[in-house]
Design a protein around this ligand. Structure first.
Ligand code: ACO
Length: 426
């Protein structure tokens, strides 16, 4: 149903009526109204109120703390599904039948290995390289090994690139992890499921195969499901933006990995652990909170652009913390985290700004207990997000409404001026 909105230009007072369709104003509508020589535009740094696409993949109601993939609540999927089942759902719009799931799992298993030549590229990184840098470069390098990805308009080529990406992300991540520890690579094991194989490639030793623990494999499946997609966040926006100039999936996802690396996005769980270590003990939490309120620092793992309520993913992660700690032993930083959360949920500063724990608040504690160093945390976010990026990429590529991403600016620089030769500049 269309409605109208009356807009008055602040300087000239000229008025114009805009049509509102399905709760949005189309940019083309705004551009039609040319007041004072300039078409109307929105000024929206960070796109806090600008929709750049229609999407049928993920639904978030930030006020209510709701997250759904293709209409299924995240808690239901986390309870009943595997990560690959959810990846199938994101990509195809429907949950797979048992036969479809087996075929999809088999397809992913056949693509797990990375090209031999890529291993020499991986070996060339310094031992100190951040695993996200290794992941980002290797995913970009995939395009040189699988140039067929450029045929993204062909559904078969596109689907092959997607399967390759999802299958090889854990292999790359495990290689990056082992490189940091100076350990030899471990090849994928075809008999193991997606998450069990990932744990095997990460932790198996020549004299000691990785001992599979069902609770830990399940915890990894749940973490992967929670991180699989989150509609138009910073990294997904990067993927779509790079796709908009006509790029292959690997180049786009490499950009997504770069965006995810930042501490305000996927890097936050690494920052949470750093923060907890700096606080050091429960009795210093009050002092830390005072510093946050005075604007000296941020409480990492708190606050979200979209959620103005408890992040539903944080709730699920918090509930698996105890299961994991039962097997791995309790992470002593948990007490500090719980005390921080208690303050945060009670204190006027956080309550009035509607700042709640986000997905990163507890995930780092679990990852550390599982034996990962902090620099791997964002990698553990990127591996499952590959399915979300791939689904969003596919939706973008097949969306006739989409165009090359090219935001407007409001120019604040000099007006045209005379060039002064270098000898005459004072
Ligand atoms: N600690 C203290 N104050 C905060 C925090 C925080 N974590 N987050 C927001 N605020 C305050 C801001 O200072 C601001 O206060 P003001 O109105 O007095 O100036 C107000 O809350 C609004 O904050 P914005 O920065 O405008 O909110 P925005 O939506 O732009 O930022 C973000 C969201 C980046 C996630 C922010 O909350 C933050 O920096 N959080 C910590 C980092 C983090 O945990 N990131 C992970 C997000 S989840 C993910 O990416 C997977």
């Amino acid at each position: 149903m269309a409605d109208t909105l009356l807009i008055r230009h602040p300087a000239s007072g000229a008025e114009t009526e805009l049509t509102i369709t399905d709760a949005s104003i189309r940019a083309a509508e705004l551009r039609r109204f040319n007041i004072g020589g300039e078409p109307l535009a929105t000024f929206d740094p960070g796109f806090t109120n600008t929709a750049a696409c229609h999407s049928a993949i993920t639904y978030i109601d930030g006020d209510a703390g709701v997250l759904e993939y293709r209409g299924y609540p995240i808690a239901t999927l986390a309870e009943h599904s595997t990560y690959l089942e959810v990846a199938y759902l994101l990509l195809n719009g429907e949950l797979p039948t048992a036969t479809e799931l087996t075929a999809w799992e088999d397809r992913i298993t056949t693509h797990r290995r990375v090209p031999e030549e890529l291993k020499t590229v991986l070996a060339g990184f310094p031992a100190s390289a951040h695993p996200m840098t290794i992941l980002m470069s290797s995913v970009a390098a995939f395009f040189s090994f699988y140039p067929d990805a450029r045929n993204f308009d062909d559904p078969a080529s596109r689907s092959r690139a997607i399967a390759r990406l999802i299958a090889k992300m854990p292999t790359l991540a495990a290689y990056a992890f082992r490189k940091g520890r100076g350990e030899a690579y471990v090849a994928p094991e075809d008999d193991l499921g997606y998450c069990a194989n990932f744990l095997h490639m990460l932790f198996a030793q020549p004299d000691r195969p990785y001992e599979e623990h069902q609770h830990l494999v399940r915890a990894m499946e749940v973490l992967f499901i929670l991180h699989a997609d989150h509609e138009q966040n910073c990294s997904t926006n990067a993927v779509r933006s790079v796709a908009s100039s006509g790029n292959d999936l690997f180049t786009c996802c490499s950009a997504g990995i770069g965006a995810l690396h930042g501490p305000l996005h996927g890097g936050a769980n690494e920052a949470v652990l750093k923060m907890l270590r700096e606080i050091g003990s429960v009795d210093r939490v009050g002092e830390f909170i005072e510093g946050v309120k005075a604007g000296r620092t941020r409480m990492m793992g708190f606050g979200h652009r979209v959620y103005k309520n408890y992040d539903p993913r944080a709730k699920i992660i918090k509930s698996s913390v105890e299961d994991v700690f039962e097997i791995t032993g309790v992470n002593p930083l948990l007490k500090i985290a719980l005390e921080l959360e208690r303050y945060g949920l009670d204190d006027e500063y956080f309550v009035s700004r509607r700042l709640y724990p986000n997905v990163d608040f507890y995930s780092g504690l679990i990852y550390e207990a599982l034996g990962f160093p902090p620099e791997m945390f964002t990698v553990l976010f990127a591996v499952p997000r590959a399915s979300g990026w791939a689904a969003q990429y596919q939706e973008f590529i097949t969306d006739p409404e989409q165009k090359i991403a090219r935001p407007k600016q409001i120019y604040t620089g000099h007006s045209t001026r005379d060039y002064v030769p270098i000898g005459a500049r004072g």
